[in-house]
Design a binder for this molecule. Structure first.
Ligand code: GUN
Ligand code: ZN
Length: 447
């Protein structure tokens, strides 16, 4: 059945343009947007496009003045396996945090029952926060990682599924046993994802060298080759922490930079997602831009692990694609809305240090959370905003419902610009009343 969604839509047209307009959005039975009519009643818009009465339904929020449709969030970097550890980082920084908190937890995913129970919770939680697309890291385990793909497919969430590759400098209890073992396991997960979603309708494999420290040169070279031959996306970490950078350069003395290590092995492509990018040099930034890679900006994680402050505007200005990543559980929240808030505040911290040009606006962080993320994931022709031909991945945000953490005062009614700001700073999953991915209702109830 086709549907006309009628109400205020809030979405990014570009990095700096957030459009807020009343619209009737026509979505066909496949979940594709077929028309967007501004300031037009639902039935009138349907008629204009030849939709006969009775052949479509109309979905409109009860309280038009304090509700709006917003695109599903894109989380460009999240470790699904680390969800039980959110908020746990103590006094550690990246490398000791990995050894103390992260590797022991990830190794428990050897047991498929653990994988199933935790991954189900992660998917339910991220859907509850409006994440329609997630680039997931799983663990080294084939069965557990395949379970993550099954669960995402079943729940209807768009997901990139990455089996962590780590055959070097990792603890004995949590490591690929050999290059061949890493290759076989990677192949097995790719085959599984291709089997369950052959057209990559919602779930796709992604090559996942954990980071340069934990991968042999041979493994990185093989992954680069597979990425090129099979046109597969890649995700990894880059330049997150100073000790990590130092260690990387010691392990790879032939390279002139961290980005240079990945480039040597063909891992910098226009389908590569680089998480963090906190301490890139000018040359590295230019290389990343030239190769067409995207950056997953993870401000909650960078603050929690005291990794540093990514200069997002400096990346965007050089033409680097940027989206947001929760980086659970370096990051303490599975919410992209909360992450967008953190991105805005971190940019203000940079501005307070005298670097005014780094300040991000509300419109810009909302762009990063949706269209920017879609660009990073190579999905911007499919999702990210409400444009004809794209899929209906949409949150219905209601600010004045019973459980809303946002207090709405009468003077604000109808001023959607203010409502959006209030939602960004005070809103949370209680404001998500309905959520569609590919036109399918995945959270909330039918009207
Ligand atoms: N670098 C290598 N592995 C990880 C990880 O799990 N989290 C973060 N934040 N950085 C990493
Ligand atoms: Zn990470």
């Amino acid at each position: 059945m086709s549907t006309v969604y009628f109400g205020t839509i809030v979405h990014s047209l570009s990095q700096t343009e957030l459009e807020i307009v009343e619209a009737a959005v026509g979505v066909d039975s496949e979940g594709t947007i077929v028309f967007v009519e501004h300031n037009t009643a639902a039935d009138e818009a349907a008629k204009k496009h030849g939709w006969a009465e009775g052949e479509y339904s109309v979905v409109a929020p009860v309280d038009q003045a304090t509700s709006f449709f917003f695109p599903g969030f894109v989380d460009t970097h999240i470790h699904a396996s680390q969800y039980p550890n959110v908020g746990l980082f103590g006094k550690t920084t990246l490398l000791d945090w990995l050894n103390t908190y992260t590797f022991p937890l990830e190794s428990s995913f050897k047991d498929p029952a653990v994988a199933k129970s935790i991954y189900s919770r992660v998917i339910a939680r991220t859907l509850g926060h409006g994440t329609s697309t997630a680039a997931y890291y799983a663990t080294v385990h084939v069965e557990g990682t395949s379970i993550l793909a099954d669960l995402a497919l079943e729940a209807g969430q768009r997901a990139f599924i990455g089996r962590c590759c780590m055959d070097a400098n990792s603890p004995d209890y949590y490591c690929d046993e050999s290059l061949e073992a890493a290759q076989d396991a990677t192949r097995a997960v790719i085959a599984h994802v291709r089997k369950i979603d052959p057209a990559f309708e919602t779930v796709s494999p992604i090559l996942t060298p954990r980071f340069a420290i934990s991968c042999s040169r041979e493994l990185m070279a093989w992954l680069g080759q597979v990425a090129a031959e099979e046109h597969l996306p890649v995700q990894t970490h880059i330049s997150e922490n100073k000790l990590e950078i130092e260690t990387t350069l010691k392990l790879h003395p032939y390279a002139d930079s961290y980005a240079g290590v990945y480039d040597t092995f063909g891992l910098l492509t226009n389908r590569t997602i680089l998480a963090h990018a906190v301490h890139l040099s000018d040359d590295e930034r230019d290389l990343v831009a030239k190769r067409g890679c995207g950056v997953a900006h993870c401000p909650a994680s960078n603050s929690a692990l005291t990794s540093g402050e990514t200069r997002v505007k400096w990346l965007l200005d050089a033409g680097v694609k940027v989206g947001l990543g929760t980086d659970v559980s370096g990051g303490f929240t599975p919410s992209i809305l909360h992450t967008a808030r953190q991105a805005l505040l971190v940019s203000r911290h940079l501005a307070m240090k005298g670097e005014e040009t780094h300040k991000l606006s509300i419109d810009e962080v909302l762009y990063l959370s949706t269209l920017g993320g879609a660009e990073v994931c190579g999905l911007d022709s499919k999702v990210g905003n409400f444009v004809v031909g794209k899929k209906w991945d949409a949150q219905l945000v209601a600010l004045d419902n019973k459980n809303s953490p946002v207090d709405i005062f009468d003077w604000e009614r109808g001023k959607h610009e203010d409502l959006v700001a209030k939602w960004l700073f005070n809103g949370d999953d209680r404001n998500l009343t309905k959520f569609w991915i590919n036109g399918r209702l995945v959270a909330g109830t039918e009207f």
